[in-house]
Write a protein that binds this ligand. Structure first.
Ligand SMILES: Cc1cc2nc3c(=O)[nH]c(=O)nc-3n(C[C@H](O)[C@H](O)[C@H](O)COP(=O)(O)O)c2cc1C
Length: 355
């Protein structure tokens, strides 16, 4: 309806220029997103840029990088917390782990092989490296190509050799991975995702927080360099004011649940990650495992998308874990399969994340 109203406005001629200036240009956005994903060069700024291309919750990019001698620290940026969906900073630390996985690969590819570990205060990650020969890894090449693809996939199954490769890539001490590819259990996962989505969409605080992080058009996505760009989820560009109205009036549980059901039904499988313990160290490890899983998937021509509703809605965690015979707190749920490439999500300039 709103897109139609916008189109009518554009048809008036004077409206076209106003609309264009309010939403910005998709071609410009694509050049911006490609620049962020430019090839890896040997400088540390490029290594940090590759780290920031990691998956992260709501694309808040809750990190700061400190460069000192032969070490890089990744510290949480607590201004970028999402207290409603993530009250205990679980997702925030998982996001830091995702960045650490990219950092480790990119640093090694530029001749800085090393190891990531928890900082002494338990609140960050320290990557210590030594200079040597560059180490090529196909996962590094996948860093600028990976994306969260919130689209329908084509229903094709993933060959078992590829499933084994995904498991190998994600093998991190302290993290276990359950792969679900049979329809009976995928349907159970779908049901808890839908239940979680309904709880979240009926929670005004969740919806207020989510709305703050949505970027409804290329102009606002480029201006902030963060957040959830509507085109990255396959939605049309709207001026921000119209986007807010559309979000409040048109975004509804029934429609969203139909979308999620179709998306999960079209996927080849679901991956559920479990850390051994619920602490910063293990949440970071889960992030590393998940990011490596996503990179291996990208290399194999697979797409992934997070469906974390039954993690974020605490009452559903036990039901989700039980589907794969686990009793621990589940940390992440990701679906995978073969699907289209959507517009890439934005990132902030590297200079703004180096402390
Ligand atoms: C811990 C964590 C939780 C996430 N939860 C969700 C989620 O529930 N739903 C979703 O669509 N994306 C989720 N994402 C994906 C992020 O929104 C995505 O990584 C971010 O917007 C950047 O986009 P990109 O992955 O395409 O680079 C999550 C990512 C992380 C690391």
């Amino acid at each position: 309806m709103l897109v139609g109203a916008g189109a009518a406005l554009v048809a008036t001629g004077a409206g076209a220029a106003a609309w264009q200036s309010a939403v910005g240009s998709m071609a410009q956005y694509e050049a911006f997103a490609a620049g962020l994903r430019d090839r890896l060069t040997p400088d540390l700024e490029a290594v940090v840029r590759y780290a920031t291309l990691a998956a992260n919750s709501h694309n808040t990019q809750p990190w700061r990088f400190q460069l000192e001698g032969h070490a890089i620290e990744i510290r949480p940026d607590l201004q970028r917390r999402t207290p409603v969906v993530d009250p205990d900073d679980h997702h925030l630390y998982v996001s830091l782990g995702c960045a650490a996985a990219n950092l480790t690969l990119a640093a090694a590819a530029t001749g800085r092989a090393g190891e990531a570990s928890l900082t002494a205060d338990g609140n960050g990650i320290r990557y210590d490296y030594f200079m040597g020969a560059p180490k090529a890894d196909p996962l590094t090449d996948a860093i600028p190509k990976r994306q969260s693809t919130r689209a329908e996939y084509d229903g094709r199954a993933t060959p078992s050799a590829d499933l084994a490769e995904l498991e190998r890539a994600a093998a991190i001490p302290g993290v276990s991975l359950a792969l679900v590819t049979d329809r009976a259990r995928m349907n159970q996962v779908r049901d808890v995702v839908l239940a979680g989505n309904e709880d979240q969409m009926n929670d005004p605080a969740f919806m207020r927080e989510l709305k703050q992080w949505i970027r409804f058009n290329p102009r606002s996505a480029m201006a902030s360099g963060d957040g959830l760009f509507s085109a990255s989820s396959g939605n049309p560009a709207l001026p921000t004011g119209l986007g807010w109205i559309a979000f409040d009036r048109l975004f509804n549980v029934a429609q969203e649940n139909r979308n999620y059901a179709r998306q999960i039904d079209s996927s080849a499988g679901v991956a559920i990650f479990f850390g051994e313990r619920p602490d910063h160290d293990h949440w970071i490890r889960v992030g590393q495992a998940c990011q490596r899983f996503a990179l291996a998937a990208t290399k194999l021509g697979l797409k992934i998308a997070f469906i974390n509703q039954p993690i974020e809605v605490a009452r559903l965690r036990g039901d989700l874990a039980a589907i794969v015979g686990e009793t621990r707190r589940p940390d992440l749920v990701v679906r995978f399969g073969y699907g289209p490439t959507l517009p890439f999500s934005p990132r902030r300039p590297v200079a703004s994340v180096i402390a």
